[in-house]
Design a protein around this ligand. Structure first.
Ligand code: PGA
Length: 262
Protein backbone atom coordinates (compact mmCIF):
# COMPACT_ATOMS: atom_id res chain seq x y z
CA UNK A 1 0.00 0.00 0.00
CA UNK A 2 1.22 3.47 -0.87
CA UNK A 3 0.86 5.28 2.44
CA UNK A 4 1.54 9.01 2.34
CA UNK A 5 4.83 9.77 4.07
CA UNK A 6 4.84 12.08 7.09
CA UNK A 7 7.81 14.07 8.37
CA UNK A 8 7.15 15.47 11.84
CA UNK A 9 9.58 17.76 13.62
CA UNK A 10 9.81 17.45 17.39
CA UNK A 11 11.18 20.74 18.63
CA UNK A 12 11.35 19.47 22.23
CA UNK A 13 12.05 22.34 24.69
CA UNK A 14 13.62 24.60 22.09
CA UNK A 15 12.55 27.80 20.40
CA UNK A 16 11.70 31.42 21.06
CA UNK A 17 9.29 33.83 19.39
CA UNK A 18 12.10 35.10 17.16
CA UNK A 19 13.66 31.70 16.40
CA UNK A 20 10.27 30.11 15.59
CA UNK A 21 9.45 32.87 13.16
CA UNK A 22 12.81 32.56 11.41
CA UNK A 23 12.60 28.76 11.21
CA UNK A 24 9.05 28.67 9.87
CA UNK A 25 9.60 31.38 7.34
CA UNK A 26 12.64 29.48 6.03
CA UNK A 27 10.61 26.27 5.90
CA UNK A 28 7.72 27.94 4.11
CA UNK A 29 10.06 29.49 1.60
CA UNK A 30 11.94 26.24 1.00
CA UNK A 31 9.08 23.76 0.82
CA UNK A 32 8.82 22.40 -2.69
CA UNK A 33 5.57 23.21 -4.49
CA UNK A 34 3.24 20.27 -4.15
CA UNK A 35 5.57 18.31 -1.82
CA UNK A 36 4.34 14.75 -1.93
CA UNK A 37 4.79 14.14 1.78
CA UNK A 38 2.93 15.53 4.77
CA UNK A 39 4.83 17.83 7.15
CA UNK A 40 4.17 18.72 10.79
CA UNK A 41 5.95 20.46 13.65
CA UNK A 42 5.36 19.55 17.31
CA UNK A 43 6.06 22.71 19.28
CA UNK A 44 6.22 23.67 22.98
CA UNK A 45 2.73 24.49 24.32
CA UNK A 46 3.31 28.25 24.83
CA UNK A 47 4.07 28.64 21.13
CA UNK A 48 0.95 26.90 19.79
CA UNK A 49 -0.83 30.19 19.11
CA UNK A 50 2.19 31.76 17.43
CA UNK A 51 2.91 28.73 15.27
CA UNK A 52 -0.77 28.29 14.38
CA UNK A 53 -0.55 31.72 12.75
CA UNK A 54 2.87 31.11 11.21
CA UNK A 55 1.81 27.88 9.46
CA UNK A 56 -1.62 29.08 8.41
CA UNK A 57 -2.11 28.76 4.66
CA UNK A 58 0.93 26.47 4.37
CA UNK A 59 1.07 22.67 4.11
CA UNK A 60 2.73 22.49 7.54
CA UNK A 61 0.47 20.99 10.20
CA UNK A 62 0.61 22.00 13.84
CA UNK A 63 1.41 19.48 16.56
CA UNK A 64 1.92 19.45 20.31
CA UNK A 65 4.36 17.38 22.36
CA UNK A 66 2.10 16.06 25.11
CA UNK A 67 -1.53 16.04 26.21
CA UNK A 68 -3.23 15.46 29.54
CA UNK A 69 -5.11 12.24 30.16
CA UNK A 70 -7.73 14.33 31.98
CA UNK A 71 -10.44 16.49 30.45
CA UNK A 72 -9.97 19.46 32.76
CA UNK A 73 -9.92 20.62 36.35
CA UNK A 74 -7.35 20.54 39.15
CA UNK A 75 -4.32 19.32 37.18
CA UNK A 76 -1.79 22.14 37.53
CA UNK A 77 0.54 22.46 34.60
CA UNK A 78 -1.38 20.14 32.29
CA UNK A 79 -2.82 20.94 28.87
CA UNK A 80 -6.00 19.22 27.69
CA UNK A 81 -6.80 17.87 24.25
CA UNK A 82 -9.61 20.41 23.91
CA UNK A 83 -7.10 23.22 24.54
CA UNK A 84 -4.81 21.83 21.83
CA UNK A 85 -7.75 21.62 19.48
CA UNK A 86 -8.60 25.28 20.21
CA UNK A 87 -5.27 26.17 18.62
CA UNK A 88 -5.73 23.95 15.60
CA UNK A 89 -3.37 21.13 16.61
CA UNK A 90 -3.63 18.22 14.14
CA UNK A 91 -1.14 15.96 15.92
CA UNK A 92 0.16 15.36 19.42
CA UNK A 93 3.08 13.22 20.51
CA UNK A 94 2.21 10.75 23.25
CA UNK A 95 4.61 8.53 25.16
CA UNK A 96 7.81 10.11 23.92
CA UNK A 97 10.67 8.32 25.70
CA UNK A 98 11.64 11.58 27.44
CA UNK A 99 8.13 11.70 28.96
CA UNK A 100 8.31 8.02 29.93
CA UNK A 101 11.81 8.41 31.38
CA UNK A 102 11.70 11.80 33.12
CA UNK A 103 8.01 12.02 33.99
CA UNK A 104 7.31 8.39 34.81
CA UNK A 105 4.63 7.94 32.16
CA UNK A 106 3.40 4.36 32.12
CA UNK A 107 1.98 2.41 29.18
CA UNK A 108 -1.48 2.98 30.68
CA UNK A 109 -0.90 6.75 30.89
CA UNK A 110 0.20 6.82 27.27
CA UNK A 111 -2.85 4.81 26.20
CA UNK A 112 -5.15 7.22 28.07
CA UNK A 113 -3.48 10.21 26.43
CA UNK A 114 -3.92 8.67 22.98
CA UNK A 115 -7.58 8.13 23.81
CA UNK A 116 -8.09 11.78 24.81
CA UNK A 117 -6.40 12.98 21.63
CA UNK A 118 -8.52 10.74 19.41
CA UNK A 119 -11.71 11.82 21.18
CA UNK A 120 -10.79 15.45 20.42
CA UNK A 121 -10.12 14.69 16.76
CA UNK A 122 -6.33 15.04 17.13
CA UNK A 123 -4.05 12.34 15.75
CA UNK A 124 -1.80 10.91 18.44
CA UNK A 125 1.73 10.05 17.35
CA UNK A 126 2.34 7.14 19.72
CA UNK A 127 6.03 6.74 20.49
CA UNK A 128 7.48 3.33 21.34
CA UNK A 129 11.06 2.15 21.64
CA UNK A 130 13.53 0.12 23.63
CA UNK A 131 16.50 1.28 25.70
CA UNK A 132 20.00 0.10 24.92
CA UNK A 133 19.90 -2.32 27.86
CA UNK A 134 16.63 -3.78 26.58
CA UNK A 135 18.04 -4.19 23.07
CA UNK A 136 21.16 -5.86 24.39
CA UNK A 137 19.02 -8.20 26.48
CA UNK A 138 17.11 -9.21 23.33
CA UNK A 139 13.90 -7.59 24.58
CA UNK A 140 13.28 -5.09 21.78
CA UNK A 141 10.28 -6.85 20.29
CA UNK A 142 8.73 -7.57 23.66
CA UNK A 143 9.08 -3.96 24.82
CA UNK A 144 7.66 -2.26 21.73
CA UNK A 145 4.82 -4.78 21.50
CA UNK A 146 3.94 -4.19 25.16
CA UNK A 147 3.94 -0.42 24.67
CA UNK A 148 1.75 -0.59 21.57
CA UNK A 149 -0.56 -3.25 23.07
CA UNK A 150 -1.64 -0.86 25.82
CA UNK A 151 -2.69 1.73 23.23
CA UNK A 152 -4.46 -0.87 21.07
CA UNK A 153 -6.31 -2.25 24.07
CA UNK A 154 -7.54 1.18 25.19
CA UNK A 155 -8.51 2.44 21.76
CA UNK A 156 -10.34 -0.41 20.05
CA UNK A 157 -11.48 0.27 16.52
CA UNK A 158 -10.03 3.84 16.57
CA UNK A 159 -6.56 2.31 16.43
CA UNK A 160 -6.39 2.77 12.66
CA UNK A 161 -6.50 6.55 13.27
CA UNK A 162 -3.18 6.74 15.12
CA UNK A 163 0.36 7.28 13.91
CA UNK A 164 3.08 5.12 15.47
CA UNK A 165 6.67 6.31 15.90
CA UNK A 166 9.39 3.75 16.56
CA UNK A 167 12.18 5.55 18.38
CA UNK A 168 14.92 3.37 19.81
CA UNK A 169 15.91 5.28 22.96
CA UNK A 170 19.61 4.66 22.29
CA UNK A 171 19.33 6.48 18.96
CA UNK A 172 17.63 9.64 20.24
CA UNK A 173 19.91 12.67 20.20
CA UNK A 174 22.97 10.42 20.18
CA UNK A 175 23.91 10.54 16.50
CA UNK A 176 23.61 6.76 16.56
CA UNK A 177 20.87 5.71 14.12
CA UNK A 178 19.29 2.30 13.81
CA UNK A 179 20.32 0.76 10.51
CA UNK A 180 17.52 0.71 7.94
CA UNK A 181 17.36 -3.07 8.41
CA UNK A 182 17.15 -2.83 12.21
CA UNK A 183 14.40 -0.25 11.96
CA UNK A 184 12.47 -2.14 9.27
CA UNK A 185 12.57 -5.29 11.37
CA UNK A 186 10.84 -3.52 14.28
CA UNK A 187 8.44 -1.68 11.98
CA UNK A 188 7.35 -5.01 10.50
CA UNK A 189 6.67 -6.34 14.01
CA UNK A 190 4.55 -3.28 14.79
CA UNK A 191 2.70 -3.56 11.47
CA UNK A 192 1.87 -7.20 12.19
CA UNK A 193 0.64 -6.27 15.66
CA UNK A 194 -1.61 -3.57 14.16
CA UNK A 195 -2.85 -6.03 11.53
CA UNK A 196 -3.98 -8.38 14.27
CA UNK A 197 -5.99 -5.51 15.79
CA UNK A 198 -7.54 -3.84 12.75
CA UNK A 199 -8.27 -4.61 9.13
CA UNK A 200 -7.02 -1.07 8.37
CA UNK A 201 -3.47 -1.63 9.66
CA UNK A 202 -2.01 -0.94 6.22
CA UNK A 203 -3.01 2.69 6.43
CA UNK A 204 -1.38 3.41 9.82
CA UNK A 205 1.84 5.37 9.25
CA UNK A 206 4.80 4.04 11.24
CA UNK A 207 7.50 6.70 11.57
CA UNK A 208 11.13 6.15 12.49
CA UNK A 209 12.81 8.52 14.95
CA UNK A 210 16.27 8.72 16.44
CA UNK A 211 19.04 10.81 14.87
CA UNK A 212 17.32 10.93 11.49
CA UNK A 213 19.15 13.51 9.40
CA UNK A 214 19.66 14.73 5.85
CA UNK A 215 22.32 12.09 5.21
CA UNK A 216 20.50 8.98 6.44
CA UNK A 217 16.84 9.81 5.74
CA UNK A 218 16.61 8.47 2.18
CA UNK A 219 17.90 5.03 3.12
CA UNK A 220 15.58 4.73 6.11
CA UNK A 221 12.57 6.01 4.16
CA UNK A 222 13.16 3.46 1.40
CA UNK A 223 12.20 0.62 3.75
CA UNK A 224 8.75 -0.82 3.06
CA UNK A 225 7.32 -0.18 6.54
CA UNK A 226 9.02 3.15 7.28
CA UNK A 227 6.41 5.75 6.46
CA UNK A 228 8.20 8.87 7.60
CA UNK A 229 10.23 10.34 10.39
CA UNK A 230 9.94 11.93 13.80
CA UNK A 231 12.85 14.31 13.70
CA UNK A 232 14.32 16.06 16.74
CA UNK A 233 17.62 17.92 16.37
CA UNK A 234 17.51 18.16 12.57
CA UNK A 235 14.03 19.71 12.65
CA UNK A 236 15.51 22.86 14.24
CA UNK A 237 17.66 23.57 11.19
CA UNK A 238 15.59 24.61 8.20
CA UNK A 239 17.97 23.26 5.54
CA UNK A 240 18.32 19.88 7.25
CA UNK A 241 14.59 19.52 7.78
CA UNK A 242 13.88 20.53 4.17
CA UNK A 243 16.33 17.91 2.92
CA UNK A 244 14.58 15.23 4.96
CA UNK A 245 11.24 16.39 3.52
CA UNK A 246 12.73 16.19 0.02
CA UNK A 247 13.96 12.65 0.72
CA UNK A 248 10.49 11.65 1.92
CA UNK A 249 8.83 13.22 -1.11
CA UNK A 250 11.21 11.33 -3.39
CA UNK A 251 10.53 8.07 -1.54
CA UNK A 252 6.82 8.78 -1.85
CA UNK A 253 7.21 9.22 -5.60
CA UNK A 254 9.17 5.98 -5.87
CA UNK A 255 6.52 4.08 -3.90
CA UNK A 256 3.81 5.50 -6.15
CA UNK A 257 5.70 4.36 -9.24
CA UNK A 258 6.29 0.88 -7.83
CA UNK A 259 2.64 0.43 -6.95
CA UNK A 260 1.52 1.98 -10.22
CA UNK A 261 -0.31 4.86 -8.53
CA UNK A 262 0.78 8.20 -9.95
P1 PGA B 1 16.60 13.24 17.48
O1 PGA B 1 15.24 13.15 18.33
O2 PGA B 1 16.20 13.30 16.03
O3 PGA B 1 17.27 14.49 17.96
O4 PGA B 1 17.38 12.00 17.78
C1 PGA B 1 14.13 12.41 17.88
C2 PGA B 1 13.04 12.46 18.91
O5 PGA B 1 13.32 12.38 20.11
O6 PGA B 1 11.84 12.56 18.56
Amino acid sequence: MNRPKLIAGNWKMNGSLAANEALLSALRAGLPQGAACAVAVAVPAPYLAQVQTLVSGSPIALGAQDVSQHDGGAYTGEVSAAMLRDFGARYVLVGHSERRQYHGESDADVAAKAQKALAAGITPIVCVGETLAEREAGETEHVVRRQLAAVIHANGHCISEIVVAYEPVWAIGTGRTATPEQAQQVHAVLRAQLAAATTHAARVPILYGGSMNAANAAELLAQPDIDGGLVGGASLKAQDFLQIIAAASAAQGDAATVSGVN
